[in-house]
Design a protein around this ligand. Structure first.
Ligand SMILES: Cc1cc2nc3c(=O)[nH]c(=O)nc-3n(C[C@H](O)[C@H](O)[C@H](O)COP(=O)(O)OP(=O)(O)OC[C@H]3O[C@@H](n4cnc5c(N)ncnc54)[C@H](O)[C@@H]3O)c2cc1C
Ligand SMILES: Cc1cc2nc3c(=O)[nH]c(=O)nc-3n(C[C@H](O)[C@H](O)[C@H](O)COP(=O)(O)O)c2cc1C
Length: 738
């Protein structure tokens, strides 16, 4: 029997869209398998599992927003801050390892993991294993797999004395041992089969075949590096006839709304703060904001809040906040999937309860409600599992074991192996739904319940509220782009000469926005489930000063495309403040940088913005048109918001450095957020180049520069550090999304 220094290794996670949750669960399972006394928790449950008394912890945390921690760790961070304020060495008893998930396309790569590491070290804790930072942009697996493989020997050293299993036997057993490529090496092993054409199942779903190259598989004798098959964690049992009829009579009552049948449980899920509880609301009106020919279709939709919900959120939301929309998977996709799995309609709709498959297993957090709330497989697939998430290796590994044909199994094993890494990347790039993956391996017939536990949770989608409560407090208005795009897929069998002819254009659609558009077009749209999502980064205008007092701080807003949404609310708020206190009319500069493709096709809120300029609410409006070079040439406008900012660099630098201005940026995190940050660094360096005294004064607020002294009064790195400092002081506020 193994002796432990401590009796427990806690695996803790913070996850916005489910990756960190599922990876942390694999770590937990493997820890249990290796004989560690392990537990697994979400960070926000810190008081339930007694965080302060833990000795050995493995954290798996992702980053969201603009370098923000996931929502399910917000309370934990507050507690950490409080504990370390009370005792700077509060965690000197703690040994930990951190695995961060992030994406290098965002500007604050793995900020949650970096912050956590820094704060724990500062609070006296010891890192027993170097942190791992995995990049979703290139594939999490590249870092996650070796990091987990190296975790076990490190954990052996700190969490056990003596070692019954120090050889690491069983360590990712399959991944190291190699899997034989057996039987079935038929000619089909190097191609993904075309979709069955005669099959009506899923016909209504816009199905796109996968184009993947499996030719290298033919030369392989064994496959290495495939993940271990995770144990089954959920088991389902159908309700008896009496319970089923009770279920149906309740279900009929909620069928009219476009929401999960268990919405009542969700509505009761935030007893401590009624303003955060989801509620049913009405899609009251919708209009298209863009003209035919625009690059994207943007809709403006009004969501009417019922009186009770409006009462609960009154005074709790502000311009700058967002709300969550609970949207389903496409019904045609679910129907196609059920047919592919061989689940008949009656079975698909029978209510069931889920339970742990074994007492020692844990169900994923998003399925736990089905331990007491019955739901059908069809409803769970529709509302709880992300059927369009990029496929994970663990799922592919399980699917391999569900194939009747060795050729299908081999291809799936190859996809999740080390040798198949390039084909795996191509699979993810094609962004297939689960149905498309299954159709590529026709003999693969997993059980629906097994899929449910392996798929990430279906996350609600968030939308910034474009109106201010002062303008209307029982309506939430949103502006969103309907997500539809095409991917280019090259047929791997085409020769170099015919390559251009062999490019297939694959159409993909988003989940929530096409659904909202379809609902909005109905003559009587059904209710949908929504919940307030307050902005945790203080992305708000400062509160008004007492009547008669002039505002002191200018405001610069940067919001291209739908990123302008919260600023419309800001301007409405300002307008109502000015109406109440006209003496303020001569007040502070409010300057908006807006960008779109063309002035004629997609200039969102054009009339409203002009009216705000005319009314003196918006002092300056700088609009840019990225696809309209003629308009830019004629009006002197820039193409992108960051270009427009650079044109006004001295004024912006002056506002930020000498007039204590606030800078707000909203919209696309991957491109625009980074570009604006870079532009601001250029602006600061340029302005301070001729003001060395001011530059020195600012540099003194920053950590000492590393490396040789630079000739510039403020280096680019220092300018970036200054921006980070402003962000922490809430002078530079960013609300960025993917
Ligand atoms: C706090 C917050 C506020 C937000 N406010 C708004 C808002 O006001 N307006 C708004 O429109 N959105 C907003 N969003 C984004 C919104 O939540 C959704 O992400 C967006 O509407 C897409 O949802 P969907 O379900 O339709 O698409 P999804 O099913 O989520 O698909 C979107 C995904 O498709 C992929 N994709 C999209 N286009 C392409 C392409 N051309 N090539 C390759 N892949 C592509 C990307 O991976 C993208 O993440 C906000 C997000 C947050 C977090
Ligand atoms: C809206 C959004 C914002 C993100 N912001 C960041 C970020 O600021 N920094 C970063 O490193 N990764 C960022 N990411 C990438 C996620 O951290 C990454 O995709 C991770 O795998 C998600 O894990 P989760 O599913 O556990 O939340 C962002 C992803 C999304 C969808």
């Amino acid at each position: 029997m193994t002796a432990f220094v401590d009796d427990c290794v806690a695996v803790l996670y913070a996850s916005q869209t489910g990756n960190a949750e599922s990876i942390s669960y694999s770590v937990y399972e493997e820890a249990v398998r290796r004989g560690f006394g392990a537990s697994w928790h979400v960070l926000d449950d810190y008081d339930k599992f007694g965080f302060d008394s833990l000795r050995t912890v493995v954290f798996v945390v992702s980053t969201t927003g603009d370098g923000d921690p996931p929502d399910n760790s917000a309370r934990f961070w507050r507690c950490l801050r409080k504990a370390t304020r009370a005792d700077p060495a509060a965690y000197k008893h703690l040994r930990y390892a951190v695995l961060g998930l992030g994406d290098t396309n965002y500007s604050n790569f793995c900020n949650t993991a970096q912050r956590l590491d820094k704060q724990l070290l500062a609070a006296g804790a010891t890192a027993f294993y170097p942190k791992g930072l995995a990049d979703d942009g290139t594939g999490l697996e590249e870092v996650v797999e070796p990091w987990i493989a190296g975790l076990w020997p490190a954990l052996e050293r700190v969490a056990r004395c003596g070692s019954a299993d120090s050889s690491g036997a069983g360590a990712l057993a399959e991944s190291l041992a190699g899997l034989a490529v057996g039987g079935g090496t038929d000619a089909a092993a190097d191609v993904t089969p075309p979709p069955p054409t005669a099959d009506s199942a899923g016909a209504a779903y816009e199905f796109q075949p996968l184009l993947l190259d499996f030719r290298p598989l033919a030369a392989l004798k064994s496959i290495t590096g495939a993940p271990r098959v995770p144990p089954i964690v959920c088991a389902g049992s159908f309700l008896d006839a009496e319970a089923e009829s009770r279920y149906w009579s309740a279900a009929v009552q909620s069928a009219a709304a476009a929401c999960p049948p268990w919405h009542a449980e969700l509505e009761a899920s935030a007893p401590h703060d009624a303003s955060l509880a989801p509620f049913l609301a009405t899609v009251a009106s919708a209009r298209q904001m863009t003209s035919a020919g625009a690059l994207k279709r943007t809709l403006l939709v009004d969501i009417a809040l019922p009186a009770a919900a409006a009462g609960h959120v009154r005074g709790r939301w502000h311009a700058g906040d967002a709300f969550n929309v609970f949207a389903p998977n496409d019904g045609r996709l679910v129907a196609g999937l059920l047919a592919q799995l061989g689940v008949d309609a009656r079975t698909a709709q029978r209510p069931m309860l889920l339970r742990r498959a074994e007492p020692a297993t844990e169900m994923p957090a998003h399925l736990r409600r089905f331990g007491s709330t019955p739901a059908s497989i069809q409803d769970m697939l529709t509302w709880s599992a992300d059927l369009c998430a990029a496929p994970r290796k663990q799922l592919l590994r399980v699917l391999a074991d569900c194939c009747a044909e060795p050729a299908d199994r081999n291809r799936l094993l190859y996809l999740c192996s080390k040798q198949g890494a390039a084909t795996f990347d191509e699979l993810r790039r094609q962004r297939p739904s689960l149905l498309e993956v299954l159709r590529a391996f026709p003999s693969c017939k997993p059980k629906a319940a097994r899929l449910l536990e392996l798929l990430p949770p279906l996350a609600p989608r968030s939308y910034s509220i474009c109106n201010a409560p002062a303008a209307s407090d029982a309506t939430w208005q949103i502006a969103f782009n309907v997500v539809e795009y095409e991917l280019e897929v090259v047929d791997p069998f085409s020769s170099a000469e015919e390559a251009s002819a062999a490019v297939t254009r694959v159409r993909r659609r988003g989940l929530c926005t096409p659904w909202l558009e379809e609902l909005a077009r109905r003559s009587a749209p059904p209710q949908i489930l929504v919940a307030l999502r307050p902005n945790l980064n203080a992305f708000r205008l400062p509160p008004p000063l007492p009547a008669g007092a002039p505002d002191r701080r200018p405001v610069i807003m940067v919001g291209p495309g739908t990123g302008v949404a919260p600023f419309i609310g800001f301007l409405q708020q300002r307008a109502s403040e000015l109406a109440r206190d006209p003496a303020r009319a001569a007040a502070p500069l409010t300057w908006l940088f807006f960008g779109c493709g063309s002035a004629a096709l997609d200039y969102l809120f054009r009339d409203e913005l002009r009216a705000k300029v005319d009314a003196g609410v918006l002092g300056r409006l700088s609009a840019c048109f990225s696809r309209d070079p003629d308009a830019c040439a004629a009006s002197g406008a820039a193409r992108y918001v960051q270009d427009a900012m650079l044109r006004h660099q001295d004024e912006i630098a002056d506002l930020m450095l000498n007039r204590d201005a606030l800078l707000y940026v909203c919209g696309d995190a991957k491109g625009m957020g980074k570009d604006v940050n870079e532009a601001m660094a250029t602006i600061l360096c340029g302005y301070l180049a001729s003001r060395p005294d001011r530059a020195r004064e600012l540099a003194a607020q920053l950590p000492p520069a590393k490396g040789p002294a630079d000739a510039a009064p403020l280096t680019r790195d220092q300018a970036l550090q200054l921006l980070t400092l402003w962000a922490s002081r809430r002078r530079y506020l960013r609300d960025l999304w993917a």
